[in-house]
Ligand binder design. Structure first.
Ligand code: PLP
Length: 544
């Protein structure tokens, strides 16, 4: 252990049947009950206390030192520790060297503080240990999941009450499914799109059964593609690989100067694919909140093209989907209601614990394209949710989300969204008011990119020839890499870094700093401190 707290247990621990069986049986004595409650207290308050006191992001210990402490690959033969000790170890020795994602200074990624009640809800799902792969191991929980799927489907698609009355508990149809994460949600959406495009026809039993080679032969083509923004999440490339489409056939379309899918480039690409011939389009993906920039593709225009050309339209709202919960900002996602499928992550802006993804389908029968049955579970016509899902066994995440929605109300979630967008707007203004910074993508949602760009360099740029400019750009990228790295290593705050591909307005690739604002405790003062620290890092580096 890190602190070497090897206080030996009073008597050596042995694995015997009696102690083992006791861990499976609810404790009967008052004393044992109290002990168990005390352990939960330690988890709830010990960790909470730690997260409050520990304002930095992580302890100084280097990855190398940590790796050395964790390099013994032997399994314990006999019991080493009792529960109390293990919990203490986790709270005292592991947590400080993990990342304090709950810190309001941790603004680099889509992982942050969660409401305290999520820990209770997560504990309940663990205690119940339902398996929603089938009704026989979940019963009412599967039924509740269908209800919640209908509620979120309604948030996205706004169909009639009659539609939801028909489908909410319909064992034949499915409005969506829960997945482990957004990656699997995106894969599921494209899996459905692929199977529907290459469905059975005379002499061909469908791509799911016969595979890609037979499908291309049956449909007389050589290639199929998915069209995505160059800012699309890399899970879509994984989908291309897994689905046999080939990830080089997940074709990146340029973005315009506002980092939205360039519709002209999309139309030109569709045109040239058509004239090439022998190619089918599996789907066009629109971003409802890009991972790197938070920008939103022109969803309505993409929907029009997809409708016109009969192409599957997938909207990736893994991050941005919950914006629909804000009356003030839901208009930003206008057009999402026309998408054939929509991905939304629970562990992002629904503030759920890791990990929860979801995918919704406009058509209640879309998921039939990936249905699987088995002899011992998931028999045709049952409510078994595992029939139409990539995963097998999985936890009852719907219990957590449904309860969270009851506790927060859509208004509560709406407030969180609105607050973070407001803070992002103030932060964008602050960046623009500082002469040594530059905002590199427009503020749309609550994700921003910007970079350190000293005023003196901005002026010098005007005088440089092409070669000089190139050198200056490279230097600028190095500066931003150094700032981000040094700030991360100092451990007081964290922003992330990415590279934005050149656009028409700015042809060079730019290394930029990236901030994701989702922690309600992150305010403009904290963000100013973060910018100050970045300025200081630059000055220190310059002096070297
Ligand atoms: C986060 C994200 C994903 C992937 O989600 P995971 O839950 O990390 O697998 C996909 N698309 C977008 C736009 C995302 O922001």
């Amino acid at each position: 252990m890190i602190n070497n707290c090897i206080s030996l247990p009073p008597k050596a621990l042995v694995a015997n049947w009696e102690t083992l069986t006791r861990t499976f049986i609810r404790p009967e004595s008052e004393e044992a009950k109290e002990t168990l409650i005390k352990y939960m207290e330690q988890i709830l308050f010990g960790l909470q206390e730690f997260l409050r006191e520990h304002v930095g992001i992580t302890e100084e210990k280097s990855l190398k030192e940590l790796a050395e402490l964790f390099s013994d690959a032997s399994l314990p033969l006999v019991p080493e520790k009792m529960l109390a000790e293990v919990i203490t170890d986790l709270v005292q020795d592991i947590a400080p060297h993990a990342v304090n994602v709950a810190s309001p200074y941790f603004v680099g990624h889509m992982t942050a503080a969660i409401p305290f009640f999520m820990v209770h809800l997560k504990t309940i799902t663990a205690a119940l240990n339902q398996n929603v792969v089938k009704l026989e191991t979940s019963k009412v929980v599967s039924i509740l999941e269908k209800q919640l799927l209908a509620k979120i489907h309604r948030l996205v698609y706004q169909q009639s009450k009659g539609f939801y009355d028909t489908h909410v508990q319909n064992t034949e149809t499915a409005l969506g499914c829960f997945t482990e994460d957004g990656t699997i949600a995106n894969i599921t959406a494209l899996w459905v799109a692929r199977n529907r495009l290459f469905g059975p026809k005379p002499g061909f039993e469908g791509i799911e059964k016969e595979g890609v080679v037979a499908a291309y032969k049956a449909y007389d083509i050589d290639r199929s593609v998915v069209l995505v923004s160059c800012l699309a999440h890399y899970s879509l490339q994984k989908a291309g690989g897994i689905l046999g489409i080939g990830n080089k056939n997940v074709v990146a379309i340029d973005v315009d100067s506002n980092y939205r899918l360039d519709m002209d480039h999309l139309r030109r690409t569709l045109g040239s694919l058509r004239s090439e011939g022998r190619t089918k389009i599996v789907a066009i993906v629109g971003l409802a909140g890009a991972t790197e920039t938070g920008t939103i593709d022109p969803l309505r225009e993409i929907a029009d093209i997809c409708l016109e050309q009969d192409i599957h339209f997938h909207a990736d709202g893994a991050w941005g989907g919950p914006t629909l919960l804000s009356g003030k900002y839901k208009h930003l996602l206008d057009g999402i209601q026309y998408a054939d499928s929509v991905t939304i992550d629970g562990h992002k802006q629904f503030y759920m614990p890791m990990g929860c993804g979801m995918v919704y389908f406009k058509e209640p029968t879309a998921l039939d394209a990936i249905a699987y049955h088995s002899r011992y579970i998931n028999r045709p016509g049952s409510v078994d949710l595992g029939i139409k899902s990539l995963s097998g066994s999985r936890e009852a995440n719907s219990l957590i989300l449904d309860s969270a929605l009851k506790i927060m109300g859509t208004n509560g979630y709406g407030l969180l969204i609105e607050h973070s967008i407001q803070v992002a707007r103030e932060f964008a203004e602050e960046i623009q008011s500082r002469p040594d910074f530059e905002l590199t993508s427009p503020q749309v949602l609550n994700i921003l990119t910007y970079r350190f760009f000293p005023k003196a360099l901005k002026q010098r740029l005007k005088k440089e020839d092409d070669k000089g400019k190139k050198r200056l750009y490279e230097g600028l990228n190095d500066i931003n890499i150094t700032i981000q790295r040094n700030q991360r290593e100092a451990g007081n705050s964290f922003v992330s870094r990415t590279t934005l591909k050149g656009t028409e307005d700015w042809p060079e690739d730019r290394v930029v700093l990236r901030v994701v604002i989702m922690n309600p405790m992150t305010d403009i003062d904290i963000l100013r401190e973060i910018l100050d620290e970045q300025e200081n890092i630059y000055r220190q580096e310059k002096r070297k």
